[in-house]
Every structure is written in structure tokens, then in C-alpha cells.
Design a protein around this ligand. Sequence first.
Ligand SMILES: Cc1ncc(COP(=O)(O)O)c(C=O)c1O
Length: 400
Amino acid sequence: MNRETQLIANSTLSVRDQFPAIVNWHYLDSAATAQKPQAVIDAIVQAYSRDYATVHRGVYERSASMTASYEASRAAASKLIGGQPNELIFTRGATEAINLVARTLPKEGRGRVLLSQLEHHSNIVPWQLAGYEIDAVPLTRDGQIDLDAAEAMLTEEHRVVAFAHVSNVLGSILDAKRAADIAHSKGALLLLDGCQAVPRLPVDVAAIGADFYAFSGHKLYGPTGIGCLWGRAELLAELPPWQGGGSMIEKVTFEETTYLDPPMRFEAGTPHIVGAVGLHAAVDWVGVVGGLDIIHAHECALVAETRDALRSVGDVTIYGPDDSAGIVSFNVDGVHAHDTATILDDVGVAVRAGHHCAQPLMRWLGVEATARASFAAHSDSSDIEALVRGIEQVKRIFDR
Ligand SMILES: Cc1ncc(COP(=O)(O)O)c(C=O)c1O
């Protein structure tokens, strides 16, 4: 059975044809943001047209039904990663989710955080702003977080170990269960930045033993402006609110305010109602095309095909491990990644070029920038063939 057949088992249109934005175009920038399937677009249109009303406050029927949709999205998003609905806070995205933890978690006398050299700026800067000292775990030669080194570096001064579950540049997949065991061995908490993992592999926070898990809806075929922070219930119960306003309070007087329990305690103001509905549609869509196991297998096969093809083209440096998840970073030797991406754009191939919000990793790799091809459920071999034709063009232009 070919990969496409596995993916469309429950659908009448090919996976690719369900994406109206992908017509005569090779979109290889899903790690930046995923294109949206028609099912998600339809859900958003319906939520803003036929179904729209506020949530949690209205006593009228439409508001009650919108509230039910909003809460159904919370249940679906938490189930997707093996959590419970009361453990899932809606945020604007992974960035806000990590900021929430960094800002509210009591340090309890531990002022250090253990990160890695491959972290996205979203998992570096919030800790700096919250006043943590950072230690950064080195990477193995093929671009994995070196967990032996992490084990040796971790001390009882570390409050949190915060790692990317999948690297947005290298695609390396963390051994998350081992990371949790290491963190807990010194009484630290494990936060996983799941921004690139949730769209591309099955995640089970309970099996991992994670304490916090952050991800963004827009990378999972859903809308921008909605993301999730999952946290173990007993940890969330201890966190103070971080933003104040409507919806998060129990009782307000000028003298004193009391707060609702999580997750509402952390959702001040009118939330991104339609974003939540769109996210739910995205979670459902992932299930309809076969689930994250199938998407993961599909993307792994594309990564292997891409790495082989780039090796055959020659004069291309490929970064990251062979078994990376859906992401391949590379440079055509002697050519700046921006030039490569510009020429690829001329032939209808969209890749990202730059530091990918991971400047420490660029320094670690000894480069200013890389070009990055990243896949999604709709990607296929025609994208890789177009990428290779484009790279041959880059080599011709630069006489490589
Ligand atoms: C690994 C990783 N972490 C965090 C983020 C930040 O996500 P957002 O901008 O959706 O908050 C990204 C986005 O590129 C990412 O790839």
C-alpha cells in the first residue's frame, strides 16, 4: 500500500486535494505553519457565521452551545496528547504557554533551568525574562540532545528541564521518557516544547511522565492564535494566575479577589473562541486521515527520500539525524540559504531559510543560516522531485 493510500483511508478526496492553498505549489514550510485543510476552514466559517456567540457567560441557547463547542475542543486537544480536559489551558500558542509556566512557577529556591543547544527562542527567552540562570545541554554529533550530558549537568538547583520534543531545525526526536526520568531524579520538572512534535508524532504526556507540555494549533493544521499548555493537575492547582480579568475570577471586591480553579484561572478575558473550534476540527481531521502514527510514518519516509536525494545531488550539507521527524535542514555548499530559498521560490518550492528562531543552534552548527524543508500529511514525492530540480538550478547558477 503506498503512503497516500494509507493516509486517505477515510476520505473521498486525496489528502493533497483537501488543501485549497496548495495548487501547483510545493509547500515545504509546514514547520513554520501548516496549511489548512478545507474541513478546518469550513469549521471556522461556520463558527463565525451560523454558530457565533460568546462563551461561558451567556444564558441564551446559542452561547451555551458555543461554550459546549469551546469545551469540546479542550477535551479533544487534551485527549490528543493523553491528558485530561481540566489540565489543558488555551493560550495564544506555544510561546505564550512557555511564558505562562516561566512566569508563574514558584522557583522554590531553585533558580536554574536546563535547556539544550537546539531550543527555539520561545524556549529560551521566557526563562531569561523570568530571571532563571540557563545551562544548555550539548548535542550529539548527529544533532540529538545529549541526554548523558544532561544527566551529568542536572543539579538540585535546577527547577525545570525544558527541551524541544522535536527540533524545529534538525527534526531530532527527543527520548522524552528518559528526559522525564532524568529531570525527576533531581526533583526538577520537565517541560516539553511540543510545537513540532504534536503535528508529526503520537504524544502521550502520561506515558512520558511530563509535567508541562506546550504546543501551537497553527502547526497542527489549525488556526493561528490558539495553542495549548498542558500541565499535571496538581501542579496547575499550585500556580497563581498570571493575567487578571474576566472569566478567571470567583469573586471580586476592591479589597480582595479570589480565582477559579485551573484551567479557567489562566484564561483571562474573552478567549479565541473560533480558534478553539478550528483547533478541534484540525484534531478531528488528523484522525480522519489516519492519525499521527500514519502521518509520522508518511513524513519519516519523505525525510529518508529527501536525505537520499540530497546526497545524490552532491555539494549539499545535510544537518540532523537520519531518523528526523518531518524536517530536513541543509545548505548548498558555498551558497547562502537565502539565495537557495529565493531560487527555489522561483521554481515554485517554498522552503524556510534563516536561523529558524534558533540562533544558539546556528552557532553550534557553525553556520549563519540553513535552508529547511519540512513536510506535512499532504506532502509527497513530487515535492521532493521539485526540491531537487530547484537545488540543481541553484548549483548551476552558483557554478557548484
Ligand atoms: C520548536 C518550536 N517551539 C516554539 C515555537 C513557537 O511557536 P508559536 O510561534 O506558534 O508560539 C515554534 C515555532 O516555530 C517551534 O518550532
